[in-house]
Write a protein of this length. Structure first.
Length: 108
């Protein structure tokens, strides 16, 4: 198994902690692959509780990484979430940081 490069390890110090948290990373990765998702879909996909999902979505919204639209589908409340351009960049940056940290020493 390859060891992380020293330069890559140094980059980990600057990793975005909002993205790095596992539950938020799951939410971001799901939203990265779709145009939008409703909260119930995210709840089932992540297996988080409603409270945990709400808390993590709030942190992502505060960071500007997701947009939350609350409305109704008929008479039922519906919460839709979308990844913002900043959120997409944050995921791309996170992926690049992780790849650099895991790169073999001297590999290009």
């Amino acid at each position: 198994m390859a060891k992380p490069s020293q330069a890559g390890l140094r980059e980990l110090g600057g990793v975005d902690r909002v993205v790095h948290e596992p539950a938020r990373l799951m939410i971001l990765m799901i939203l990265y692959g779709v145009r939008e998702a409703d909260a119930l879909f995210l709840l089932n996909a992540t297996e988080l509780t409603w409270g945990n999902l709400s808390s993590h979505v709030s942190k992502l919204e505060e960071a500007g990484y997701v947009e939350v639209d609350k409305g109704f589908a008929g008479k039922k409340p519906r919460t839709m979430l979308r990844l913002t351009a900043a959120g997409r960049r944050a995921v791309d940056d996170y992926r690049g940081t992780m790849q650099a940290a895991l790169k073999k020493p001297g590999a290009r």
